[in-house]
Design a protein around this ligand. Structure first.
Ligand SMILES: [Cu+2]
Length: 154
């Protein structure tokens, strides 16, 4: 086998391998909300399941509805006060794992909303994964949604 045909085989194998993990990320029960109609920021929550068979990581997100989109989590500052902070290095999603992004925990922060998040409207958010690449998610706005049981709210 010549060098050229070996190269062709390697390329073909790579192409076949892509779909196996490209759509292996499942997103369930997404919703977005803002604290009030005049809020400058909002947040999106969802459940991520990695069915790709390979470890992945959510590294970024973006959306046209906000000037800046960050991956946030809440940390306790020590005196019982919860503070939001950007997640360094993104959200690790091991193969087979489910990660629940919820109120009082990890969330997609929408900073500098370009307009109010109207109840029942749908927004589009692009999630950027290290392996799976960009995954577009249509997220319904649900300002009336109560925090999940056990969540700290806010
Ligand atoms: Cu936040």
């Amino acid at each position: 086998m010549s060098y050229r045909s070996l190269f062709a085989v390697a390329c073909a194998a790579t192409l076949i391998a892509i779909p196996a993990w490209a759509d292996g990320i499942k997103i369930m029960d997404p919703y977005a909300r803002a604290a009030n109609p005049n809020a400058k920021s909002g947040a999106a929550f969802m459940m991520l399941t990695n069915d790709s068979g390979q470890d992945d990581r959510l590294i970024a997100a973006r959306s046209d509805v906000a000037k800046r989109v960050e991956l946030h989590t809440h940390i306790e500052t020590g005196d019982g006060v919860m503070q939001m902070t950007e997640i360094e290095g993104g959200i690790v999603l091991p193969a087979g794992a489910t990660h629940h992004m919820m109120r009082g925990a990890d969330h997609v922060m929408l900073m500098g909303l370009t307009g109010p998040l109207e109840q029942d409207a749908e927004i589009e958010v692009i999630l950027v994964f290290e392996r799976a690449g960009e995954v577009a998610v249509t997220i319904p706005v649900d300002n009336e949604r109560k925090p999940a049981k056990g969540a700290h709210g806010g």
